[in-house]
Design a protein around this ligand. Structure first.
Ligand SMILES: Cc1ncc(COP(=O)(O)O)c(C=O)c1O
Length: 416
């Protein structure tokens, strides 16, 4: 195993050279969308230059398009640990989740229950609460506000004999908590319910194995893991075959095509395969003996996780020493294995917007507000006060960038 080659990583991402007011840009906005390696840009423009067509035609560019789309499905199957036919592309996670909730809704009855959580992004909440129109009952799982973890006892209470769907996030896009998904799936299956997992925020940070999780569905968004704007849904083959999507008649009825409504974003799909390739290359650099694409991807996540944990150990204790700072989420280094490096804070006397604007002027990109984790922001009581400042680290960030961020935040702290 070699040490993490941050210079090679950064050399892959042209956007990291951006400057703002003379400052090099420090991208801590990854949870809203990450930067992309050069090869992703080339795959997108290369597709448009040489293969641009619709699918299933009897001519060269259409045949090349069929190959590009098949490669994108295969790449996502390698990333998620499933078959290519179990991967469905779409505009983004939100659209795919509405597609699925509508299709599932066709077979739900009044009184059927759906479990959602207060930790989740609204894209794994509103598509389910929409089914109240059909008489479904929504049950809410609470959090432990002191460390922003999911209240698993409450989850056990909310899952009943009437539960048909349990919708839970793999990791919080606001405070970074990783949930015990294997246990969530086990609880859902114990009552015959479907487990729908939102892995959008987990995918840039940790390995996903849908077979091991045994989840029924899992969604992610390539633009959060170094690819272009698009969404991908994994569904167990039997569900994708059995459930009835809303579709047009001439479109194929095979999986996964029956779920991919209309013409897809072909150039983005070309870019997704390149993003997965980037991860595999990173893994092979770290673990040259990794055999095959899936093993290389898993090696990449080993390397990413170890490196990110180092940045987290630098960031969190230093944040906690800033006067007037409130930290939301898991803060004990011994428990960092239960979180990804996405942290949310407030500083007394400053709105999160003010903090983000000050940092932004200095080339440090963070988010303020609720980032659509609306129920969490309300539960923590910060929604009426502008939410929280979110600092989202990924593996192309550096210790120097974290130092710059800390120095800038110290300058904003209230004087004693
Ligand atoms: C955890 C989580 N779930 C869902 C979404 C929605 O994803 P998309 O923008 O692809 O619809 C996001 C985006 O911020 C997210 O962070």
């Amino acid at each position: 195993m070699t040490t993490f080659d941050i210079n090679w990583v950064r050399s892959q991402f042209p956007a990291l050279a951006v400057k703002v007011n003379g400052f090099p840009a420090a991208f801590f906005d990854g949870p809203g969308g990450t930067q992309v390696p050069q090869r992703v840009i080339e795959a997108i423009s290369g597709y448009l230059a040489a293969s641009n067509a619709n699918q299933h035609g009897a001519f060269a560019t259409s045949r090349r398009t069929d190959e590009v789309l098949a490669a994108a499905h295969a790449a996502m199957a390698d990333l998620l640990g499933c078959d290519a036919a179990e991967t469905v592309f779409g505009a983004n996670m939100t659209s795919l989740t509405f597609t699925l909730s509508r299709a599932l809704g066709r077979e739900l009855q009044p009184g059927d229950e759906i479990v959602v959580t207060r930790l989740d992004h609204d894209a794994n909440v509103s598509p389910w609460t929409a089914l109240e129109e059909r008489g479904c009952v929504i049950r809410w799982v609470d959090i432990h506000p002191e460390d922003c973890t999911l209240d698993m006892e409450d989850l056990r209470r909310q899952v009943t004999a009437h539960t048909r769907v349990v919708a839970v996030g793999y990791s919080s896009n606001a405070v970074g908590t990783i949930n015990d998904i294997e246990e969530v799936v086990r609880l859902a299956h114990a009552v015959g319910a479907i487990a729908y997992i939102d892995a959008v925020h987990y995918a840039p940070h940790g390995p996903i194995d849908v077979r091991k999780l045994d989840c029924d569905f899992l969604v992610c968004s390539p633009f959060k893991f170094f690819g272009p704007h698009s969404g991908v849904l994994y569904g167990k083959r039997e569900h994708l075959q059995r459930l009835r999507p809303y579709k047009v008649r001439p479109a194929v009825d095979r999986i996964p095509g029956r779920w991919e409504t209309g013409t897809q974003n072909h150039e983005a799909m070309a870019g997704v395969a390149a993003a997965v390739n980037y991860l595999a290359d990173l893994g092979r650099r770290h673990t040259p003996e990794a055999q095959g694409q899936r093993a290389a991807i898993l090696a990449a996540y080993d390397a990413i996780r170890a490196y990110e944990q180092g940045l987290l150990a630098q960031l969190v204790p230093a944040l906690l020493e800033i006067p007037g700072l409130t930290f939301y989420g898991i803060k004990e280094p011994a428990r960092f294995g239960e979180r990804v490096p996405t942290v949310a804070v407030r500083i007394a006397g400053r709105s999160p917007r003010e903090l983000a604007a000050y940092l932004g002027e200095r080339g440090i990109f963070t988010w303020d507000g609720n980032y659509y984790a609306l129920n969490l922001s309300e539960r923590l009581g910060v929604e009426p006060r502008g939410g929280m400042l979110r600092i989202g680290l990924v593996h192309y960030n550096t210790a120097e960038e974290v130092d710059r961020l800390l120095a800038a935040l110290r300058a904003l702290a209230p004087r004693a």
